[in-house]
Design a protein around this ligand. Structure first.
Ligand SMILES: *[C@@H]1O[C@H](CO)[C@@H](O)[C@H](O)[C@H]1NC(C)=O
Ligand SMILES: *[C@@H]1O[C@H](CO)[C@@H](O)[C@H](O)[C@H]1NC(C)=O
Ligand SMILES: *[C@@H]1O[C@H](CO)[C@@H](O)[C@H](O)[C@H]1NC(C)=O
Ligand SMILES: *[C@@H]1O[C@H](CO)[C@@H](O)[C@H](O)[C@H]1NC(C)=O
Length: 286
């Protein structure tokens, strides 16, 4: 159980709740439609996380084509929690903002087919990607738009200014709640050497240690030098994006991390520039 929770590690935002209420250091709420590519994945059966948060939201994702959603591989890992692998257990909420309200912009979608990366592994978490083909294309609007992929790899350069968003927790509380509106936070891409040195400090007897591979080429580390800005539980699958040519580009997908918002343990992300062919081929063939 503990191991499973650590798969959904990423706290957007801050170490203390008060800061979010004040709208200061960590994440700030997105306005409705501000990131119209953001998708909330609702899991229908009982799950310890959704049980505790009292929301159906379990993972974040992005609309990358009208009929395709990109999210994390571990969100569909039925070996970690039985049922995750089953498409009928999920509802894809597009145009979602406030989880408690019906705002008229939401499109509830069912999944036609789940394509988890063929070489996905949980220990360590690698190739942590899933593509979802929806039963029908989303109807595009001001609140529903696909995001461009960062085909130039600009979001993954060390020092790049990037943003991450999701409905995840604002502090690491495996037994706590998650946010009902999405938060976004600005972070930077961190050198992998530094990131690996930080992760080396995770105690060897911590079962979560097996998830982390910050040294891998297909992984990006991102955070803030002083900590306090990060993704957290429930943000898994969400976008790390950077802004250029007048639009947002998704460069990586929220994967994992040790605790949330600690300077020594930046968030770990799946770098999309390593998987552009897989994404294009999967979409083209189906
Ligand atoms: C969720 O909560 C219900 C009611 O308290 C309980 O019966 C169930 O076992 C819980 N499920 C999980 C997966 O935690
Ligand atoms: C998975 O790994 C195998 C062995 O390394 C490789 O041949 C194959 O191309 C990989 N699959 C994908 C989709 O990358
Ligand atoms: C990121 O933003 C900082 C502060 O605005 C700036 O100094 C830096 O040059 C930016 N980095 C890149 C790679 O654009
Ligand atoms: C985060 O970065 C974006 C894009 O550079 C910028 O528009 C926004 O104002 C920044 N937000 C904060 C809170 O610094």
């Amino acid at each position: 159980m503990a191991a499973f929770h650590s798969l959904f590690v990423v706290c957007l935002g801050v170490a203390v709740l008060g800061r979010v209420a004040e709208g200061v250091v960590g994440g700030t709420p997105l306005e409705p439609g501000q990131w119209p590519f953001l998708v909330s994945l609702h899991f229908k059966p009982d799950h310890p996380f959704t049980n505790k948060t009292r929301q159906r939201h379990l993972c974040t994702g992005t609309l990358i084509r009208p009929q395709w959603v990109l999210t994390a591989g571990h969100c569909f890992d039925g070996e970690e929690w039985d049922g995750l692998q089953k498409k009928s257990n999920w509802i894809v909420m597009i145009g979602e903002h406030n989880q408690y309200k019906n705002e008229g912009t939401e499109q509830r979608m069912r999944i036609r087919k789940v394509f988890r990366h063929q070489n996905y592994t949980a220990r360590p978490l690698l190739q942590d990607l899933t593509l979802l083909k929806l039963k029908r294309p989303a109807v595009l609007s001001t609140h529903v738009q696909p995001i461009a992929l960062d085909t130039e790899g600009r979001c993954s350069e060390v020092g790049a200014n990037v943003s991450v968003a999701g409905w995840g927790q604002i502090a690491y509380r495996p037994l706590g709640w998650s946010m009902y509106i999405p938060l976004r936070v600005n972070i930077t891409v961190i050198e992998q050497d530094r990131c690996s040195r930080g992760y080396a400090a995770v105690p060897d007897d911590d079962p979560d240690k097996a998830f982390y591979a910050p040294e891998e080429d297909s992984v990006i580390c991102a955070g803030s030098p002083s900590g306090g800005r990060d993704a957290c539980l429930g943000d898994s699958g969400g976008p790390l994006a950077c802004y250029y040519d007048n639009e947002w580009h998704e460069g990586a997908v929220v994967s994992t991390g040790y605790n949330c918002g600690k300077a020594e343990y930046p968030g770990l992300y799946t770098k999309l520039s390593s998987y552009l062919d897989w994404i294009e081929h999967t979409i083209a063939r189906h």
